[in-house]
Design a binder for this molecule. Structure first.
Ligand code: GAR
Length: 203
């Protein structure tokens, strides 16, 4: 039996694409993407999932403004889909205590910097790269980590460094970090956890 993976998204879904490509290439041998869930109805990631024939769901804070009810509704969807693990791929929502407890050590997030630099509340998307350029770092990168109750605070699984070039803009740096680091280490981290779950199941 394969580990059933839910990929949570909010945006364009290039990291989702990297996961779908990795699965197609046999690089996530014990896992399958069973659900793509977005907290934004307009996220292009949903279109990628549709084209790939993957089940989709939308749960936005407009649909469920109360954080406690959002947490319960999200857990209900994941349980109904028999999801074993989550991959946060550019998901800009905050997970609540129910989901965190149900999937302890089974939630992977990709962050576009070398944690503990440029992480925590307010550091997401382009803002991370704006902050890195403003500080003048010469090396940045990406981190795949497990998710706990602290923003970007869970145990680190994988990191990859990326060089900052003198003429970088936040946009060029974001793209290079995605290409050279995020799209490589997120699938590898998802493989690590899906292999682990498969191993536990077979014991
Ligand atoms: C990615 O760079 C991801 O690392 C970042 O948002 C982008 C989503 O792009 N996530 C965060 O900043 C989370 N703190 P995508 O939708 O094309 O994968």
């Amino acid at each position: 039996m394969l580990t059933r993976i839910a990929v949570l998204v909010s945006g364009s879904g290039t990291n989702l694409q990297a996961l779908m490509d990795a699965q197609a290439a046999g690089r996530i041998p014990n896992g399958e993407i069973a659900l793509v869930l977005s907290n934004r109805k307009a996220a292009y990631a949903l279109e990628r999932a549709r084209q790939a024939g993957i089940e989709r769901a939308v749960l936005s804070k407009y649909m469920e403004p109360d954080p406690d009810k959002y947490d319960a509704a999200l857990l209900r969807i994941l349980t109904e889909c028999r999801i074993d693990m989550l991959a946060l791929a550019g998901f800009l929502g905050i997970l609540g205590p129910r989901v965190l407890a149900a999937y302890e050590n089974r939630i992977v997030n990709i962050h576009p910097a070398l944690i503990p630099s440029f992480c925590g509340l307010g550091y997401y998307g382009l803002r991370v790269h704006e902050a890195a350029l403003a500080r003048g770092v010469k090396v940045t990168g990406a981190t795949a980590h497990l998710v706990n109750g602290e923003v970007d605070g869970g145990p680190i699984l994988l990191q990859k460094a990326v060089e900052v070039k003198p003429d970088d803009t936040p946009e060029t740096l974001q793209r290079r970090v995605m290409e050279e680091a995020e799209w490589e280490i997120l699938p590898r981290a998802v493989r690590m956890i899906s292999d682990q779950i498969a191993k536990e199941r077979n014991n």
